[in-house]
Ligand binder design. Structure first.
Ligand SMILES: [Zn+2]
Length: 235
């Protein structure tokens, strides 16, 4: 990832020598494909400032517009170097789009860009073994759920089923799913707060970022609970 300083240093277009920002895929002056920095900031790839509330409809439109300009057919008669750059830029563009269009991936990416340490997605196995991560307000519900899950696992081991318990677990799952949706809404609320703080130059950004990290942890925790219920019920 480029340092803040590097990012704002312009380079010259290889073809017309006009200044080009590192993350730019094309020269704004002559339109030629540029060797974009591999660690380019995804927001900059789309010409966006680092704001979290993104209009995903225009993001998608811009993605398709840039994709068309990077299509291999466009470069059949270009130099080998331009062909390579267009391929590299297409892959950068895909990564940037995939990350920014998803609310959670975007939030995580943003926090990493800002140097905040967050738990990596996909390391769920260790979450489950770490009871300190249970959000305080969920302690009782989680305790109750784990008891029911244990009971259900034992019942199922003997080849039986327990329709009442199954129903209880499905009800609990619905409640956790509702909390997941609430957490998602809360994260989007934090986007607004952070974007507004940025616009007004009022520096409580760090505090908002820590609340984002906590919300992401909570989300991950609840998602694992829902997965546990699904696995136990085989749904
Ligand atoms: Zn140029």
């Amino acid at each position: 990832m480029p340092t803040a300083e590097e990012k704002f240093v312009d380079v010259a277009c290889w073809s017309c020598a006009a200044p080009v920002v590192h993350a730019q895929l094309f020269c704004a002056s002559c339109g030629k494909v540029q060797p974009a920095h591999s660690g380019a900031d995804y927001f900059e790839v789309f010409g966006l400032s680092r704001k979290l509330a993104i209009d995903t409809t225009s993001l998608e439109r811009e993605f398709y517009r840039l994709s068309r300009r990077l299509h291999p057919d466009v470069y059949t008669r270009a130099s080998e170097q331009e062909q390579n750059w267009s391929l590299r830029n297409a892959s950068l563009l895909n990564d940037a789009y995939r990350t920014l269009k998803e609310p959670i991936a975007r939030t995580e990416y943003f926090l990493r860009l800002e140097g905040v340490e967050i738990q990596e997605e996909g390391k769920q196995a260790s979450d489950r073994k770490n009871p300190s991560r249970v959000p305080d307000d969920l302690l009782e519900e989680v305790f109750e759920l784990n008891m029911q899950l244990e009971e259900m696992r034992m019942t199922r081991k003997t080849g039986d089923d327990d329709p009442d318990l199954r129903q209880d677990l499905l009800t609990a799952k619905q409640q956790f799913e509702a909390q997941l949706a609430e957490t998602d809404n809360f994260i989007q609320q934090l986007w607004q707060e952070r974007d507004e703080a940025l616009a007004s130059n009022f520096d409580f950004g760090d505090q908002i970022k820590q609340r984002m990290v906590a919300a992401l942890d909570r989300r991950r925790y609840i998602r694992n609970l829902v997965r546990d219920v699904n696995e136990t019920l085989d749904t």
